[in-house]
Write a protein that binds this ligand. Structure first.
Ligand SMILES: NC(=O)c1ccc[n+]([C@@H]2O[C@H](COP(=O)([O-])OP(=O)(O)OC[C@H]3O[C@@H](n4cnc5c(N)ncnc54)[C@H](OP(=O)(O)O)[C@@H]3O)[C@@H](O)[C@H]2O)c1
Length: 275
């Protein structure tokens, strides 16, 4: 970037946004956190908060919440992108998801907004096991999900933050769609086994039915939209459509993606999965 205007990082305290903020800040590039705890406050559900948050920024990293697969996400992300362009903020990096109808619609909305876009279309994050809804099950020694042997190429959020950093700070990434996966397909049972090995603990993986999963999410009193989303991801998206590796990390970063076992070993060492 040629100026020192801040980068607005939507979801800037979340899994990818927090790491992107660290990378930009360490290089002296100012950031503005776009979230409900940011200043000014940014809330996807309150459009009146959008324009104040984008004043004076040079670029935006768009990480939608709760998930870009949720119906209506495309319209919301599209409305945000058009407003940003109208306010003179054209550089945008969109965090998207693989094999998700709504996510691919959101990508089209951003492209049509007139933005100078880069899209990071990502596989599942390993960090869902440590910074998301699965951490408690791992601590308790049993993960039960409605997913069988389908392979998922988990992509580490460190690689995604590196890719976003490069896209925002180096030339040549406008108009590029990078499909980001890790280097290996793992089933959810494989992933849990890797974590069990890294922790030295006995952690079981059990495949349950969708009905059992729905009952379990109800017992945890998850908000209905999150329960809907989890079922959608496990039924629609984990049906084998994403069971392929891509060269996206190599293309954008010029190096191989981080392996799940490196994530599992590093994260186990923090003690987060200790019971
Ligand atoms: N997780 C995956 O495996 C995966 C894979 C591919 C793509 N994605 C996509 O990545 C995006 C982020 O997902 P994630 O799981 O990584 O979540 P995350 O970024 O960890 O989500 C938390 C962030 O969202 C902010 N937030 C929460 N409610 C908000 C609201 N109403 N308005 C504005 N900001 C709000 C939080 O800050 P405050 O609490 O301060 O508001 C925090 O910064 C989603 O669009 C998802 O579809 C995720």
């Amino acid at each position: 970037m040629t100026d020192t205007k801040p980068v607005l990082i939507l979801g800037g305290t979340g899994k990818t946004g927090r790491r992107l903020a660290e990378r930009l800040t360490s290089q002296g590039i100012p950031v503005r956190i776009g979230s409900r705890s940011g200043s000014p406050r940014f809330d996807w559900e309150v459009p009146a908060t959008w324009e104040p948050a984008m004043q004076g920024v040079g670029a935006v990293y768009i990480s939608y919440y709760p998930d870009i697969a949720v119906p209506g996400a495309a319209e919301t992300v599209g409305a945000f992108a058009r407003l940003a362009v109208a306010n003179g903020v054209t550089r945008m990096v969109l965090l998207s998801g693989r094999g998700e109808t709504e996510a691919q619609r959101a990508e089209e909305m951003v492209k049509a907004s007139g933005a100078d876009w880069t899209i990071l279309r990502c596989a599942w994050f390993p960090q869902n096991f440590s910074e998301g809804f699965l951490v408690e099950s791992l601590r308790q020694g049993e993960v039960a999900l409605p997913v069988g042997p389908v392979g998922e190429p988990f992509v580490d959020v460190d690689d995604i933050a590196d890719a976003a950093f490069v896209a925002l700070t180096e030339p040549g990434h406008v108009g590029q769609l990078y499909e980001l996966t890790g280097p290996r397909l793992l089933s959810f049972a494989d992933a849990v086994a890797e974590i069990a090995k890294a922790t030295g603990r006995d952690i079981r993986y059990i495949k349950i039915s969708h009905d059992e999963f729905t009952a379990a999410t109800a017992a945890y009193e998850l908000p209905p939209e999150i329960a809907w989303l989890l079922n959608e991801l496990f039924t629609e998206v984990l049906d084998g459509r994403n069971e392929t590796l891509t060269d996206g990390v190599q293309r954008v970063l010029g190096r191989a993606p981080k392996d799940f076992s490196a994530y599992a070993n590093e994260t186990a060492a923090t003690g987060i999965w200790s019971n």
